[in-house]
Design a binder for this molecule. Structure first.
Ligand SMILES: C[S@@+](CC[C@H](N)C(=O)[O-])C[C@H]1O[C@@H](n2cnc3c(N)ncnc32)[C@H](O)[C@@H]1O
Length: 254
């Protein structure tokens, strides 16, 4: 396989992207009473339940190398062409991965093809992106990463419904203020985290965007934290324990 994005950026993934137990519980509940599961875009093994027979699928060797000893077996492949027969597993899961797929529609079709009874997918709805303060105030360039058509309210869910049919349910996953999985909006109440290169190194958008835009955003945030203007503008956030930052859990049954 060609070199994958996470071969370059995910070198300390397990330090900054530890699965959050509250999100893990939502995923396990959504999988329900299944025996066999394929985890597509599995990375280092986050959110893989240990009470099922699981096969992981992951294209990045850097991520595969960080899977802990005893983790589920992993196949090096991409979502767009899963090397399994139809209906090979009870369920398929894909956690914060499908925005990376070269052909997302093909990958979603593949999830449905290999899963007998359900698909569980977690990711951010691009229609919510502009409401996150880091994007809105400091890094509006982030919006350009998703095509405009995908940022229309309802578009994300429609794409899933096109792939999975009418048995689709979408729920909000509110993100706790101390979320241990450091994805892009996870630090909504810990703004200093975005100043840390170690944090940014494990969030793909900071690698995909123009480095000058990222440097500007980080410098502006650093200034606003130092002079108190971030706290003045976002004091309401400091009162909250969890926040809807656009993260959604989609469960498709068939
Ligand atoms: C943000 S990480 C999430 C990993 C893991 N699911 C988790 O929750 O920690 C995104 C993962 O998707 C993988 N990925 C990228 N392109 C992919 C593709 N075409 N098919 C499957 N996985 C892909 C990346 O290599 C990376 O491991």
């Amino acid at each position: 396989m060609s070199r994958a994005l996470y071969d370059d950026l995910g070198r300390s993934y397990t330090t900054h992207r530890r699965p959050d137990p509250r999100i893990a519980a939502r995923i396990r509940t959504a999988l329900g009473d299944v025996r066999t599961v394929v985890n597509v875009g599995a990375g280092t093994g986050a959110y893989e339940p240990d009470d099922v027979e699981l096969v992981a699928v992951e294209p990045s060797q850097t991520m595969i190398a960080q899977r802990p000893p005893g983790a589920a077996p992993v196949v090096r492949a991409g979502a767009e062409a899963l090397p399994f027969a139809d209906a090979s597993f009870d369920a398929a899961m894909a956690i914060i991965s499908d925005h990376h797929w070269a052909d997302r529609a093909a990958g979603l079709r593949e999830l449905r093809r290999v899963a007998r009874s359900r698909v569980v997918l977690v990711n951010a709805d691009p229609a919510t992106a502009a409401s996150f303060w880091f994007t809105a105030v400091y890094l509006p360039e982030f919006l350009d990463l998703a095509p405009a058509a995908r940022r229309i309210p309802g578009a994300w869910e429609r794409e899933l419904r096109d792939a999975f049919g009418d048995g689709l349910r979408v729920e909000t996953i509110p993100i706790p203020h101390d979320c241990s999985d450091g994805f892009y909006p996870a630090y909504w109440r810990r703004p200093e985290a975005y100043l840390d290169p170690g944090v940014r190194n494990n969030i793909s958008i900071f690698h995909l965007l123009d480095p000058q835009a990222v440097d500007r955003a980080v410098a502006d945030l650093g200034r606003d934290l130092a002079d108190g203007s971030w706290v003045a503008r976002h004091a309401d956030l400091l009162e909250l324990d969890e926040l809807d930052v656009g993260m959604r859990l989609a469960v498709a049954t068939q």
